[in-house]
Design a protein around this ligand. Structure first.
Ligand SMILES: *[C@@H]1O[C@H](CO)[C@@H](O)[C@H](O)[C@H]1NC(C)=O
Ligand SMILES: *[C@@H]1O[C@H](CO)[C@@H](O)[C@H](O)[C@H]1NC(C)=O
Length: 192
């Protein structure tokens, strides 16, 4: 039984440490949307350019998206999911048309953008990004356990938040990993 518990726990520990490693990168990035010099209708050579681009990038709070385009010819609107899917341009959340539009990511969640030009959305000039946890209050130029520890619980949603005022001791991630691994294996054990 004890050995069984240990072997279940190990992969989760690894997974957690991997997450920690991923999240130590907390510098802010400004992404040029699609790595393109112009936000526009995808060319026939790369019809999925925006979908592909967002799939291979990880966005977080503090990052920003830069949309570049000739202001007389295009614009960017942020829309809700339904409008994104149906290409409804009628009730944008945000409208930007200065040709050099910076969207600042200040919250986590799903963000949907398209062109304000009639017809462009249907031609796949639209972008959907997902911003995962990483709490804004924990956001700081330093890297370390605070960011990882406070953002991790939102994945599972069951681990108590540490007091945010005092910086946790260095052993904290290890403790969290053990605790998490343990509770996950108990959970898994309970199901199986
Ligand atoms: C994002 O931040 C930049 C610089 O702080 C600002 O110029 C820009 O207007 C902001 N964008 C939005 C959409 O608020
Ligand atoms: C982020 O932190 C703030 C303040 O500590 C809190 O109100 C908010 O619920 C947190 N959000 C997440 C996603 O943890």
């Amino acid at each position: 039984m004890a050995a069984n518990l240990g072997s279940t726990r190990y992969p989760f520990l690894l997974a957690y440490l991997f997450l920690v490693l991923l999240q130590t990168r907390v510098l802010c990035y400004q992404y040029k949307v699609g790595d393109l010099d112009a936000w526009g209708i995808p060319t026939s050579a790369k019809p999925q350019i925006y979908t592909q681009w967002s799939k291979y990038h990880t966005f977080k709070i503090g990052d920003s998206l830069l949309f570049l385009y000739p202001p007389s010819q295009d614009s960017v609107i942020q829309v809700g999911e339904e409008s994104y899917n149906s290409c409804n341009l009628k009730d944008p959340i945000l409208y930007m048309n200065n040709g050099n539009s910076l969207f600042n990511i200040t919250a986590h969640g799903e963000f949907y953008f398209t062109s304000g030009q009639q017809g462009n959305c249907d031609k796949k000039q639209k972008l959907h990004i997902s911003v995962f946890s990483g709490n804004g209050s924990a956001y700081s130029p330093s890297y370390g356990p605070t960011e990882s520890a406070s953002s991790y619980p939102t994945v599972f949603g069951t681990i108590p938040q540490p007091p945010s005022s005092s910086p946790p001791p260095l052993s904290y991630p290890v403790f969290m990993a053990a605790l998490t691994g343990f509770s996950v294996s108990v959970l898994v054990g309970g199901i199986m």
